[in-house]
Design a protein around this ligand. Structure first.
Ligand code: 5GP
Length: 214
């Protein structure tokens, strides 16, 4: 058996959650730039597009009726209400990445993470905390894209999101984006090496042992 094929493994679902403004999108972007082996799952949402967002890159922006139709036809692996809008992970997005031999990065909330854990118990769940609530509010305001009312709403939702941190496999504090990126990347690299993911390694080791008389 070839060493390369022995080390094949099934793609893993790598979930990043945090309250909005904790730097999760920046970390996700940095990971995608640094690592060819992982692709982003682009969710569908009924939320209106923010300035600078691109259809098919940031989200698939859909109407309520379209979201209903997608839900009825089983297009979602999970979906949830967040800030009054609906967001869902598209089954096809995940399958496409995995079939291309890549891992999948999912930027979803705690509700979606709970649902996904039921679908695939092997998922890796990472939670990113802001250094403080004051810093979180400052970051939300500095984006300049949301109204005061939306920011106040996001701050109260942040407290609710943070209360789920202990349901995750890993938890980090984002004091510094580059350091946080490095830690998240290390988690990904270590998870890829987990013995339980190495389904093809059994044959390799059997042949390895058989080929070397004691
Ligand atoms: P935003 O509107 O700021 O892009 O995202 C708001 C929240 O929705 C974020 O916490 C993000 O993680 C979450 N979210 C984005 N896509 C999905 C999804 O497909 N499923 C779930 N459950 N949450 C999502």
């Amino acid at each position: 058996m070839e060493i390369a094929s022995a080390f094949q493994r099934r793609g893993l679902l790598f979930v990043l959650s945090s309250p909005s403004g904790a730097g999760k999108s920046t970390i996700a972007r940095m990971i995608l730039e640094a690592d060819d082996g992982i692709a982003m799952s682009v969710s569908a949402t009924t939320r209106p597009k923010r300035p600078g967002e691109v259809e098919g890159v940031d989200y698939h922006f859909v109407t309520d009726a379209e979201f209903d139709r997608m839900r009825e036809t089983g297009a979602f692996l999970e979906w949830a209400h967040v800030f009054g809008y609906r967001y869902g992970t598209l089954r096809n997005e995940v399958i496409k990445a995995i079939e291309n031999g890549r891992d999948v990065l999912l930027d979803i909330d705690w509700q979606g993470t709970q649902q996904l854990k039921q679908v695939d118990p092997d998922i890796v769940r990472v939670f990113i905390l802001p250094p403080s609530m004051t810093e979180l509010e400052r970051r939300l305001k500095s984006r300049g894209t949301d109204s005061e009312e939306v920011i106040a709403n996001r701050m109260s939702r942040a407290t609710a999101e943070i209360s789920h941190w202990a349901e995750y496999d890993y938890v980090l504090i984002n004091n510094n984006a580059e350091k946080c990126r490095e830690l998240v990347h290390n988690i990904l690299k270590a998870e890829r090496l987990k013995a339980t993911r190495r389904v093809f390694l059994h044959d390799f080791v059997r042949e390895l042992i058989a080929g070397r008389p004691a």
